[in-house]
Design a protein around this ligand. Structure first.
Ligand code: ADP
Length: 207
């Protein structure tokens, strides 16, 4: 029997329990939505072979993007959940919040399968791989072929916040933090909004 016939016959296999699957939170920022790049950007992740687990158009409230006084005061344990908390001391932080809340964003969760028996995959999971597809933070420095390198030029409308069309989690831990619902502290998705499914492509993508 040929290898491809065997593959075609094979049920999706080797997929580990969902707790071991690496997930990245990918977001098309307001400039990407306004410029009609939603299909183009989604298609790059689809073509790469990532599995789409969640997708929605969403208007980001300010307190999700930035540090909110009420949350800090009443619910200190949620403090760590704000999306851009690590950047709150940066000079561009206020304009970053204006930018990210200036229009709808498209929220996505992508997954790649970490196969325990195949160590090469562990280092090349969806988080690092998506960051490569996305390209450097400054669109003027992003390589051609990357999403930011191909689709973004501006370095800020009125103030110096890079408008760079897309976000991708910068570590597996941040991927979890940005997606997962922790008691009251859902960040971008709520319980039940992610879709558990297996793609027929999986046996052709992962060995
Ligand atoms: P990335 O989105 O590449 O992971 P960061 O998490 O460091 O980058 O920053 C979040 C966002 O803040 C960036 O995508 C960009 O919009 C903005 N930003 C980051 N660094 C700068 C900077 N030095 N000048 C202007 N805007 C910046």
């Amino acid at each position: 029997e040929s290898r491809s016939a065997a593959r075609a016959r094979a049920a999706p296999r080797g997929i580990v329990a969902s707790s071991e699957v690496e997930q990245s939170y990918i977001m098309i920022k307001p400039d990407g939505v306004q410029r009609g790049l939603v299909g183009e950007i989604i298609s790059r992740f689809e073509k790469k072979g990532f599995l789409l687990k969640g997708l929605k158009l969403f208007r980001c409230p300010k307190d999700l993007a930035q540090v909110c006084f009420i949350r800090i005061y009443y619910l200190p344990f949620i403090f760590s959940q704000e999306h851009y908390k690590d950047l709150k001391d940066k000079p561009f932080f206020p304009t970053l919040i204006d930018y990210i809340t200036s229009g709808p964003v498209v929220c996505m969760v992508s997954t790649s399968f970490v196969i325990l028996s195949c160590k090469a995959w562990e280092g090349a999971g969806v988080v690092a791989s998506a960051r490569k597809l996305i390209g450097a933070t400054n669109p003027l420095q992003a390589e051609p072929g990357t999403i930011r390198g191909d689709l973004a030029v501006q370095t800020g409308r009125s103030a110096p916040t890079f408008m760079n069309v897309v976000h991708g989690s910068d570590s597996p831990d941040n991927g979890k933090r940005e997606i997962v619902t922790l008691l009251f502290a859902a960040l971008w998705f709520k319980e039940g909004e992610l879709c558990q499914w297996e793609s027929v492509q999986t046996p052709w993508l992962v060995e």
